[in-house]
Design a protein around this ligand. Structure first.
Ligand SMILES: *Cc1c(COP(=O)(O)O)cnc(C)c1O
Length: 401
C-alpha cells in the first residue's frame, strides 16, 4: 500500500536515469521524452554542464536564509532583469507561488490607489496553479470543484478577446490588473492573436491596470524567445516564471517593472527556500546554457519541423482539428477525447501528454535534435491515425447497421 496521497493518476512506469531527451525506466527500457517533466527540463536530462555546476554548488552551500545577503540571488535577479527588461524579482519555489506574489502585488497596488476591494481580470481556460488564490484564478471547474469558498476579487473573461476586457473596463471600477497566459498551456496550447498583447497593453495603460503575464510554462526559450511576450513589442508590468527556470531544481520567480516593482516593502512577502544558493545556481547555469547552445534557435527550428511534419503526416486525416503552438510548445487538437494515446505512446517508448481532454501536448527538451524530432513524429503520427480510425469505426458500424 502506498503512503503517497492519491493526487495523481500515475502511469505504470518509473525512471531510473536520463540523458538528453532520453529516459530509461527501472527495467532498462528507453523512452523519448517529449514532455520534459511538463516544460521543466529544457536542457534535457543530466546536462553535463548543469550537473557540474550543481555538484560544485552542493559541495559549497545549499541554503542559508533570506535573512542574509545571497550573492547568487542578486546575480540571478540581474540576469533575469537583463534578459526581460523588467526591474526586479521576488524568488519563490514554484509557479503557483510566483502567481501568488503577482496577485499580492496587484492587490497592494489597488489598495495604494484606494480601491477597497481590488479585482483581477482572468481568462477562461487559464491555469495558474493549485493554491486557493491561483485555483480561483484558474479557468477550470475541475481544478476548483470541492475547494469552495473560492476567493473574491477575480473577474473572468474569454481568452484572446479584447472586447470582453474592454467591457469589464467600462463596467467595473475595482479592477486593478489583468493576469493572462499569452500561450495557454494546460488549457489546450491555445495561441492568442498577434495583436492581443499590444491590445491588452493599451487597455491596461488607459485604465491604470497592471498587465501580469503568467509565463510559467511559456518562458525560458520554449517558444523561441526567452519569454513569449518578446514575440511582440509590448512589455508586461509583472511576469511569473517557474517550470523551465531551474531545469528541475525547484525555483519560481515573480518579476516586476515600474510601479509594480515598488509595491512590496520589507515584511510584505517572503519564502524560506526562495532564491537559495542551490536554486539560483541552477537557474544561472540554465540561462547560460540556453544562450551558449543557441537553444532558442533550436526550439524555433525543431518546433517548425515537428509541426510541419505532423501537418504533412496528418493531412486529410478525419478527426484532426488543428496543429498549433509556438516553438517547442505544440498542441495537436483532435475531435475526440484522446487520453488513451498517452498510454499507447508510452508502450511505444514515447512520453507525451494530453491536456484539455482532446489536445495532444508536446513539450520536448529544447536540446532535441532533428533526428530525435523525426523519431518523435515517426512514433506518434501512426498512433494518432490509428486512434482516430478506431474512433470513427464504431460510428461507421452503427451507420451501416
Ligand atoms: C504549471 C503552471 C503553473 C503552476 O506551477 P506549479 O509549479 O505547479 O505551482 C502556473 N501557471 C502555468 C501557466 C503553468 O503552466
Amino acid at each position: 500500500m502506498t503512503h503517497v496521497m492519491n493526487t495523481y493518476a500515475r502511469l505504470p512506469v518509473a525512471f531510473a536515469r536520463g540523458e538528453g531527451v532520453w529516459l530509461w525506466d527501472t527495467g532498462g527500457r528507453r523512452y523519448l521524452d517529449a514532455l520534459a517533466g511538463i516544460a521543466v527540463c529544457g536542457l534535457g536530462h543530466s546536462h553535463p554542464k548543469l550537473t557540474a555546476v550543481l555538484r560544485e554548488q552542493v559541495g559549497k552551500l545549499i541554503h542559508t536564509s533570506n535573512l542574509y545577503e545571497i550573492s547568487l540571488q542578486e546575480k540571478l535577479a540581474g540576469r533575469l532583469a537583463a534578459i526581460s527588461g523588467m526591474d526586479n524579482v521576488f524568488f519563490c519555489n514554484s509557479g503557483c507561488e510566483a502567481n501568488e506574489a503577482a496577485i499580492k502585488i496587484a492587490r497592494l497596488y489597488g489598495h495604494h490607489k484606494d480601491i477597497e476591494s481590488p479585482a483581477i481580470v482572468v481568462m477562461e481556460k487559464a491555469f495558474h496553479g493549485r493554491t486557493i488564490a491561483t485555483l480561483t484564478a484558474t479557468g477550470s471547474r475541475k481544478v476548483q470543484a470541492g475547494f469552495e469558498p473560492l476567493l473574491a476579487g477575480f473577474v473572468r473573461v474569454p481568452f484572446d478577446d479584447l472586447e470582453a476586457v474592454k467591457r469589464v473596463a467600462e463596467s467595473n471600477r475595482s479592477v486593478v490588473a489583468v493576469l493572462v497566459e499569452l500561450l495557454q498551456g494546460e488549457g489546450g496550447v491555445n495561441v492568442c492573436h498577434e495583436d492581443y498583447l499590444r491590445g491588452l497593453r493599451e487597455i491596461c495603460d488607459a485604465q491604470g491596470w497592471l498587465l501580469m503575464l503568467d509565463e510559467v510554462q511559456s518562458s525560458m526559450g520554449r517558444t523561441g524567445k526567452w519569454f513569449a511576450f518578446q514575440h511582440s513589442k509590448a512589455r508586461p508590468d509583472v511576469m511569473t516564471l517557474a517550470k523551465g527556470l531551474g531545469n528541475g531544481v525547484p525555483i519560481g520567480a515573480c518579476l516586476a517593472a515600474g510601479a509594480a516593482a515598488q509595491q512590496f516593502k520589507q515584511g510584505n512577502h517572503g519564502s524560506t527556500f526562495g532564491g537559495n544558493p542551490l536554486a539560483c545556481s541552477a537557474a544561472l547555469a540554465t540561462i547560460d546554457i540556453i544562450e551558449q547552445e543557441r537553444l532558442m534557435e533550436n526550439a524555433v527550428a525543431m518546433g517548425d519541423f515537428i509541426r510541419a511534419a505532423f501537418a504533412e503526416r496528418l493531412e486529410g486525416v478525419r478527426g484532426v482539428k488543428e496543429i498549433r503552438g509556438m516553438g517547442l510548445m505544440i498542441g495537436i487538437e483532435l475531435e475526440h477525447p484522446c487520453g488513451d494515446l498517452v498510454k499507447q505512446a508510452l508502450e511505444q517508448g514515447l512520453l507525451i501528454n494530453v491536456t484539455a481532454e482532446n489536445v495532444i501536448r508536446l513539450l520536448p527538451p529544447l536540446v532535441i535534435s532533428r533526428e530525435e524530432a523525426e523519431q518523435l513524429v515517426a512514433i506518434l503520427a501512426p498512433l494518432v491515425t490509428g486512434f482516430l480510425a478506431s474512433q470513427s469505426a464504431p460510428q461507421a458500424a452503427a451507420q451501416t447497421a
